[in-house]
Design a protein around this ligand. Structure first.
Ligand code: SAM
Length: 216
């Protein structure tokens, strides 16, 4: 799957060790995902490469202007035919269901806001979907973009060592949409804190029953 991320801080993604190691790093190395970043600022026609301005009607903070984002999206659309997704706390909440749906796409363009956000006209005319990663406000859309890429990637074939493990995570059909049961590993007794007897019994039917009972 191809991701093109539009941001004024491409290095937050390009240089991020999170994208160089472990599952996501491996997915990139194995071409399961392809992440490209684009610096919105380079598209600015302003002589100082400005990308923000004061909001009409006043109020605190600056807003990202139309022109650089418009030109950046236009250019990137030639490389990526997927939907344009704008990260915003005002968007639809990122849930497991939404992330499963997004994981079926071949590609997407992710637009990261900064300042107080972006000019509404870009949202009206060029954005296909708006996604929030939760009801709180971050300083920019780069972390949310990485969250989206992460949750999609772990669902793609070959991304996890044990391909089935994503099918048994919280929110999946296997767990009836519920949150996962508690896990324990060796030792069976750690400083007097013991693993529930049923899990040590070797009785798979009983273990399954115990796990079902402890879904959250
Ligand atoms: N003024 C905006 C508001 O009140 O909704 C917040 C702007 S925020 C400081 C700057 C940028 O960070 C946003 O345009 C968005 O791209 C990103 N962002 C912040 N919180 C986010 C969240 N919860 N989910 C997705 N993106 C978020």
């Amino acid at each position: 799957m191809r991701f093109d991320v539009l941001t004024i801080f491409p290095s937050f993604i390009e240089d991020n060790p999170y994208f160089k190691r472990s599952i996501i790093g491996r997915a990139i190395d194995q071409n399961i995902i392809d992440v490209h970043t684009h610096d919105i600022r380079t598209y600015s026609k302003d002589k100082h490469k400005k990308v923000d301005d004061m909001p009409y009607g006043g109020g605190a903070g600056m807003l990202m202007t139309c022109q650089p984002i418009f030109d950046a999206i236009k250019a990137v659309k030639k490389l990526n035919k997927g939907p344009v997704v704008f990260m915003t706390p005002q968007g639809k909440k990122l849930t497991h269901t939404r992330s499963r749906r997004l994981a079926k796409l071949d590609s997407m363009i992710i637009l990261c806001g900064r300042y107080e956000g972006i000019d509404q006209r870009i949202r009206d005319e060029l954005v296909d979907e708006e996604i929030s990663i939760g009801d709180y406000v971050l300083t920019g859309g780069e972390l949310p973009a990485m969250v989206v890429i992460d949750t999609i990637t772990r669902q793609l074939p070959g991304a996890l060592h044990d391909g089935d493990s994503a099918l048994e995570d919280s929110f999946t059909r296997k767990l009836s949409g519920k949150k996962e049961y508690p896990h324990y590993t060796r030792p069976a007794n750690f400083k007097g804190f013991k693993v529930p007897e049923t899990l040590l019994s070797g009785n798979h039917a009983e273990i399954e029953k115990w796990r079902r009972k402890h879904l959250k």
